[in-house]
Design a protein. Structure first.
Lengths: 110, 111
């Protein structure tokens, strides 16, 4: 079945450093979503990418969807302590459900 | 900003007991979901619901689980006879034109 893999599992950075998490699917995805989950919180939808090679920016966050629509990345420039949390990608298995990646837990040291 | 509301926030139950987790999705959303997250692990799909019926369910969603939308606003997940391994955070989500919104979750602890 479809799998969505994410690396790294954990990332510890100093405030101000950049951070990137990568998501890979075993199958071609029609779209990919990114979520942020703060410690003790719930997943919060960040963005959905649909087009091959698409790049979208939200302030310091840059999201990319690979040309083959099998991989994606989230890059944070100049991390802040407010960026702490687990970042999940999610890809649809079909119209009715989507699979979450295992997540990358980001810790930012002030 | 519209929210998905879940109650209770925390439920402790004895093994073998029935529990009902409640959700109020965003009013103009048509697609509803239940996901669960065991502590420290990834979010797992349980079931999707559209037009008053189950669209899809995972292998986790066995005969002990059921969902219902009894009154057009509430969306409930029932676990008939809870097991220790059902202990997890249960998230309800609904999907609208601009993306998915998750509720703040119900932490279920089975003792």
């Amino acid at each position: 079945g479809q799998q969505v893999m994410q690396i790294p599992q954990y990332q510890h950075v100093q405030e101000g450093e950049d951070f990137t998490t990568y998501c890979n699917s075993s199958t071609t995805l029609s779209n990919i979503q990114w979520y942020k989950q703060r410690p003790g919180g719930h997943p919060v939808f960040l963005i959905q990418l649909v087009k091959s090679g698409e790049v979208k920016k939200q302030k310091r966050l840059t999201f990319q969807f690979g040309e083959a629509k099998k991989n994606s990345s989230l890059h944070i420039t100049a991390t802040q302590t407010t960026d702490v949390g687990t970042y999940f990608c999610a890809g649809p298995a079909n119209f009715n459900k989507f699979y979450f990646g295992s997540g990358t837990k980001l810790n930012v040291k002030p | 900003e519209p929210e998905v509301t879940q109650t209770p926030s925390h439920q402790v139950t004895q093994m073998g007991q029935e529990v009902i987790l409640r959700c109020v999705p965003i009013s103009n959303h048509l697609y509803f979901y239940w996901y669960r997250q065991i502590l420290g692990q990834k979010v797992e799909f349980l079931v999707s619901f559209y037009n008053n019926e189950i669209s899809e369910k995972s292998e986790i969603f066995d005969d002990q689980f059921s969902v219902e939308r009894p009154d057009g606003s509430n969306f409930t997940l029932k676990i008939r006879s809870t097991k220790l391994e059902d202990s997890a955070m249960y998230f309800c989500a609904s999907r609208g034109p601009y993306g998915y919104t998750f509720g703040s979750g119900t932490r279920l602890t089975v003792v």
